[in-house]
Write a protein that binds this ligand. Sequence first.
Ligand code: FES
Length: 155
Amino acid sequence: MRLRESLLSRRKFFIGSVLGGLSMLVAYVLNPVVRFLFHREKIPLPGAVKVAMSDVEAIAPNSARYFEYGHLPGILLKTERGELRAFSAKCTHLDCTVQYEPESRKFYCACHKGYFDDKGVNIAGPPPSPLLSFGMERQEDGMIISYQGGRKSKG
Ligand code: FES
């Protein structure tokens, strides 16, 4: 009888050790994921960034170029008529980076097949809202691109 009680105690100890180890493993794996997901939103965006005029002029009509806007990927589009438009390249669905498709003149998000028109308006797929639009001001040596309080694109 005494031996049986001893075995049960060891079993409980073993199960407790395994569950404790698994809990620590899950916490170890989830910690950076949670920090990544929730910390990034708290990083303030810069008021403005400058893209060198040589980089702006190198963009061919009906094509786009990426730039960095703080921690956000930005995308600068030059339309066929030469009009410049700047957006966050972060998809409004689950934050994948969009790309510009010259053939269709749309921004495409490959993660879940989301589409935005060339004004950043969500037109197909799961994105729930337009791309964040940036303001622009031309200066001698570059294009000043500024965040305007999270303004969404309008069609
Ligand atoms: S993250 Fe872009 S469509 Fe889902």
